[in-house]
Write a new protein. Sequence first.
Lengths: 424, 283
Amino acid sequence: MRGDLSDPAIVVSNLSKRFDLYSQPADMLWEMVRPQRRHKEYHALSDVSFNVGHGEVVGIVGRNGAGKSTLLKILTGTLEPTSGSVTINGKVSAILELGTGFHAEYSGRDNILMGGLYLGITKDEMRRKVDWIVGFSELGHVIDRPFKTYSTGMQARLAFSTAVSVEPDILIVDEALSVGDAKFQRKCYQHMEDLRVSGRTILFVSHDPRPITGFCDRALLLEQGCLAADGDPRSIMNRYNKMLFDEESGSRSSASKRSQVEQIAPPLHNGTFVPSPSEVRAGDGKAEIFDAALIDKQGQRTASIETGQACSVVYWVKIHKPIDTIGFGFRFTTVQGTDVYGTSTGVQKTPVPASEPGQIYRVSFDLTMWLAPGRYFLTVGAARNSLEMYDRRADVLDFEVIGQFNGYTSSIANLNAAVAVERL
Amino acid sequence: MPASLLQPRSHFLAFGQLIALLTRYRQLTWEMTKREVAERHAGQVLGTLWAIGHPVLLMALYVFIFAFVFPTRLGLSEDLPRSYVLYILAGLIPWITFADAMNKSTAAIIGNAGLVKQVAFPLEILPVKVVLAAFVTQLVATPMLLLYAMVIDPNGLPLTSFALPALFGLQLLAMIGVAYLLASVTVFVRDLRELVQVFTTAGLFLAPILFLPAWLASAWKPLLWILYLNPFSHLVWCYQDILYFGHIAHPISWILFITFSVGVFYGGYRIFRKLKVIFGDLL
C-alpha cells in the first residue's frame, strides 16, 4: 500500500471547502426550481496548499472554527473538497473526535474488529492484532464490556491503539490524546516517535502547545480557513499564542501604542538590549517592559552563563497608565517549550510598592544557574494578575548554558551528582 | 441521464462496480448485516430469535384474520387454484420484506451520522446491509410457505416455484435500488421517512396481496389503476405466478417488474453515488 517514497506523503493544493448553509431543508428544493439564492455560504477552508513529506510530523493549530477539523476530515476522506485537490500516498488511519466511529453498544473487542473492517482489513488479520491492541491499550479487563461503559480515558486508549495497529503510513490525530492519562499519553508519544523514525507521517492537531513544540517537526497555523503560517513549531506557537492573547485582552492596537512610547533612559550595564526574533509580545500596554537582560557575576549583560554560576535576571518596566497593583515574574523554557523554572513577586509574596504613570521599576531576580548546558529562553512579564497582563515578553532573550557538566547531554537540570562505587 | 438509462452497457457497469465493491468488503458487509439483524432485537430476552419470531407471528396474524375470521373462504376455482392462505402468503412475504427494507433504508445514512462523518469507508455498504438484513425475514418465511403448500394444500406446490431464486435476485436488485434512492434523498428531505412509513402501511392494500383484483366491486373499479400503477403490485403478481398460480398469469407484470428492478437499481445507485459526496456536509 505504501506509495513511492520520493513523492510527498500528502499534497494539498488550492484546497477550498464551502458549506452552503440552508436555514431549512426545503430551501434547497426551492433553489433547484427557482434561481433565487436561499443559502448562506460558509468558507471553512480557502485556498490552502501545503505538502507533507514522508516521516514528517506536522502540527496543526488554530482557533475553534479555523478549519482544522474540516481539513483533517478531507484528508481522511469523509468530506469532499469544494475545489482544489488532495493527494495521499499511503494508508491513512485517523483518530478524529473521540468516541465517534465507535459503536456504543458493541464491546471494545467488536469495535476493534469493525474498525479494521472499515479500513478494508480482513477479519483474520484484525483478530491477530487484537492481542496487541488489548496489550497496548491495557484494557484487558474491560475489552468485552460495551464501549458506552468506557471512561473518556479508556475511549482514548482504544481509539489510539486501534488506529496505530493497522500500521498506517499516515496517522492523523485530532485532539483525541489530550484526555488520556499522563502515563498513556507518554506511551502514545513514544509510539508515534517510533512511527516517525520508521518513516511514517503524522498529522497532529492540538490546543496544547507542548506536543506541538516538543514533538512536531513543523507546524501549520490556520486562521479563518486560510493557511496563515507554515514553519518551525516554536515560532508558529508563539504567533498562535499571541493571536489568542491579543483577542482575550481585546487590545489589538496595543502593539502600535507601545511602539509610540519614547525610548527611555539607557539602563545600567554594558551592551544593548536586542530582543530575540522569536519573541512574542502581548498585553494591554498599561506598563511596558523596555529592557531585559541576563547579568553575569561581573555585572555584564551576557548570552551565555556557566552552569552552577550565580547570575541575575534583570528587567526594567515603565508604567504608562494608572494601575492599582502590579507584579513581576520570569520563566526559563527549553527550546521544546517545557518550563524549567519560573517565579514571580506574587509567588514569593514580595509586595510591590504602588506607583503613578511615569514610574520606572528595575526588577531583578538573583539566582544560581542550575540548568544543564543547552539553549534556553527567557520570558519576562508585568501583570496585574495571571489574567490581566500589562506586558508579557515571551522568549524575549535566548541564552546558552555552558561549562563543565557531569550528566547526560539530554539533561535539563544540573544536579551535580557525585558517583561512588564500592566493592563490598 | 435519461439516455443512459436505456444503455444496457452502463447498467451492467454500475452492477459490476457494486459487485466488485461488495466482494472486496464482503467481510464488512456480512458483519454489518449480522449486526443489523442482531441490533433490531438487542436487549430482548429472545434476542435474535425474534428475527424468526416476528415474521412468523405477523404472517400468522394476517392469515388468521383474512383467511379465517373474514368469511372469504372460497372453494378452489379457476381464480383460486390453491388455498387462499397460500395466495396471501405468496404476496405478503415479499411485500413485508420490501416494506421493511424501505423503512429502514431511510435511516441508513442519517441514522449513522457518526460513522459517515468520521470513518472513511464505502458508504455504499450501508443501504445494502439494510436490504440484506430485511431479506432475512423472507429467507425465514418462504420455507414455511413452501412447507404449507407441500403438506397442507390439496394441489401442492407448483413446479414454477423453482424460479424462486431468480425472482429473489430480481427483488434484491429492486430493493437495493430503492434503498439507495431513499437513503440518499432522505438526507436532503427528511420528511421522506414519514412518507415512506405511511406508504408502506397503506401499501398492503394498494397491492393485490389480500384480495383478488376481480373482487373489487364495480363501483370501485377505477381503483384498479392504482393497483396497476403501483410497482409493488407487479412484484406481488410475479410471486403469485410462480408460487400460487403455477403459470405466467401476468406476463405484463413480469416485463414491468424486470424493467422496474433494473431501472430503479441503476437510477438509485447513480443518485446515491452522486449525492454521497455531500452527505458529510449535511449530517
